[in-house]
Design a protein around this ligand. Structure first.
Ligand SMILES: C[S@@+](CC[C@H](N)C(=O)[O-])C[C@H]1O[C@@H](n2cnc3c(N)ncnc32)[C@H](O)[C@@H]1O
Length: 297
């Protein structure tokens, strides 16, 4: 059977939204990529699992070029996303090698991380980057153990999971009840629980990520967090992202909202409405992500 995800999400339709998010995260991801690539040996193999539209793949290519080149393996279960990430990473690699002699080879792999072992198709890796993908696997502990299995001795696992809830709306948007953002977050959290429970062979994860990494046998387990901050009045890309984000929140959590909130959301998403968030000057993007790190003995 072709690689597929287990979360019931039609990821191919999320490509535009993922690209928009990549654009706004780019600055933060460039800093993270440099930090992660700096301690690697020469000519490293880096794996970006669940690469999505490839924002971090590009940042990793840039950081690897600056360190003398290497190989980046891109892994995703969705062909449309893997293609997009591969095109973006190869363009970055070609651009970077115009000015240096440090090529980065880009190798795409279509694979389902829940049923295939990264060690078989992506290792041995000096760095595995896994951002917001493990929580889409039925057994997250097994997922982390499998990613650890793809590491070479001394290799690093960098797992981007959790952080702070993303905010983009003022507390009172002027229509409906104030506090809409909080209720959208609550509805999304509810959806997330059901999304995980609905997976075949779903396992709960009753501990934090530091414990999961330590249980997988990783040493020097630690974490750092980073901020993505685009204050209002924000550039058009932030407003476009906010429209996509609200549409997504309405799609996954809308049926858990009060009817009055659903009406507010409909107005905020209506490009003909005076309250359309795509044109509001007070929309922003503020979020923090956490990267959990561990090293294979
Ligand atoms: C939330 S997106 C994150 C994308 C990217 N890492 C980022 O942070 O922007 C989750 C990604 O994981 C991929 N994915 C979900 N389940 C997967 C699975 N079982 N095997 C491989 N990839 C999977 C999706 O196709 C999607 O690209």
């Amino acid at each position: 059977m072709a690689a597929h995800t287990h979360d019931g999400i039609d990821w191919a339709t999320r490509l535009t939204a993922l690209r928009r998010a990549n654009e706004l995260d780019a600055e933060a991801e460039r800093v993270i990529a440099r930090r992660l690539v700096r301690p690697l040996p020469d000519n490293p193999t880096v794996v970006d699992v669940g690469c999505g539209a490839g924002g971090m793949s590009v940042a990793l290519v840039e950081a690897m070029t600056a360190r003398g080149g290497g190989t980046i393996v891109l892994v995703d279960a969705v062909p449309e996303l893997l293609d997009a990430a591969t095109t973006a990473a190869r363009a970055a690699a070609a651009y970077e090698t115009e000015t240096t002699t440090s090529p980065v080879h880009v190798r795409p792999v279509l694979a389902d991380l829940a049923t295939e072992r990264p060690a078989d198709f992506a290792g041995p890796a000096d760095l595995v980057w896994a951002a917001r993908v493990v929580h889409h696997l039925p057994d997250q502990r097994q997922g982390v153990a499998d990613l650890t299995g793809a590491l070479t001795p001394g290799g690093w696992l960098a797992l981007a999971e959790g952080g702070l809830e993303t905010k983009f709306l003022p507390w009172d948007v002027g229509i409906g009840e104030p506090g809409l953002q909080e209720r959208l977050s609550y509805a999304r959290a509810e959806w997330f629980v059901r999304m995980r429970e609905s997976m075949t062979d779903f396992h709960r994860l009753p501990v934090g990520w530091n414990i999961v990494l330590a249980e997988a046998g990783l040493l020097d387990v630690t974490a750092f967090s980073y901020l993505v901050d685009h204050p209002a009045p924000a550039k058009q890309a932030v407003r476009d992202w906010a429209v996509e984000q609200l549409r997504w929140l309405a799609e996954v959590g809308g049926d858990r909202l009060h009817a009055a909130d659903r009406r507010t959301v409909t107005r905020l998403l209506d490009a003909e409405d005076s309250e359309y968030i795509g044109l509001r000057d007070d929309v922003f993007l503020l979020t923090a992500g956490t990267v959990h790190l561990g090293r294979k003995p």
